[in-house]
Design a protein around this ligand. Sequence first.
Ligand SMILES: *Cc1c(COP(=O)(O)O)cnc(C)c1O
Length: 403
Amino acid sequence: MMGVQHRSHNMTTHPHGIPSSANSLSFIRSELTSLQAYTPHPGGPEGQSVAIEIDRVDTNESPYDLPLALKQELAQIWVESIESNRYPDGGHNRLKAAIASYVEESAETHPPIIPSQICVGNGSDELLRSILIATCLGGAGRILVAAPTFSMYGILAQTLGIPVVSVDRSTVNFEIDLKAAQSAIEDTKNPPVRVVFMVHPNSPTGNALTVAELEWLRSLSSDILVVIDEAYFEFSQQTVVAELAERPNWVVLRTFSKAFRLAAHRVGYAVGHPQVIATLEQVRLPYNLPSISLAVAQLVLQHRSLLLSTISETMSERDRLFTALNTITNLQVWQSDANFLYARIQGGDDPDLAMTKLVSQLKIQGTLIRHTGGGLRISIGYPAENDRTSSRISSHLAPINKI
Ligand SMILES: *Cc1c(COP(=O)(O)O)cnc(C)c1O
């Protein structure tokens, strides 16, 4: 007799009573089972057994929350003008206009940036995915990155089955191996490289694109999309926005998650040619941003001079932390154009193991930093945090120098 096939005999039971059957989920694409997901921020001190104050200098956020007066203004907007039963403004029209004039202010472009050149995403991460869907999906193309760089490009590409071509950077100054990049583009076929992702300035290494790198990007064929991720623009003050008018194959990405202090609200945007932007609009989810996120992004743009006024402190704190870390003999630290520093332990038997150890020692003391791309990425916090970061790092790496 035919009957229902009981599979329970080859399933183990999860502690919470859910059958665990990882190897029998054959409907999942096999490439996803081996993929290493992005390790997100834990979002608070959970998992920390002792209640100590945590210095979260691992995700390059602003150390400062929104001022209370702005939160109250937002609360009032929520109470008085957001109808929870209604879908949000799916066209993002008012926010796009506000972003266009902010971008315009930062670059003085000719002709001026217009709202149809802006696409708003649920974080710029969403826009990265839209770009990949629009350009490379279904075997249409590969992406090119220069490692170490922002890990999301590769992770998102892999989740979509898009192959990633990676070229190296100099271990001295993190400049891209342009010869290797050029041959990768010439030699890669079926599918060819369709998108080049560059962070300006790069994360985790903190260096802005050089004149030679920008020249190389300008020399690329117009059937390659060049994505310049300016997540740290407000700190670096370097932008390629003024070039967009003559380069329809370039897109600039920016975010509200860093200098604008809105990481919790997930708002990012792309600036580019209206036709490219229209395609990104076509592939995005209809109501990708909650009403409250749209409202708070508009609010911070209105109050931008107040909110961005802490940047000069962050920049001088960065230089102060650089000077302090630079005195530690076995730690190499690089100058940065962003709100974080990149450092590597040099020498010893196993620098990578030494860095892993340092990260966990710091974590026990309440300082979270990021071990990525073969080095340590340390965000600039508020002054007392930076003091703790430098004294804790130097106490672990140079105990002999103490006293
Ligand atoms: C932080 C960061 C982003 C921003 O991501 P959101 O999704 O907007 O929070 C984008 N690119 C880089 C390189 C970043 O470091």
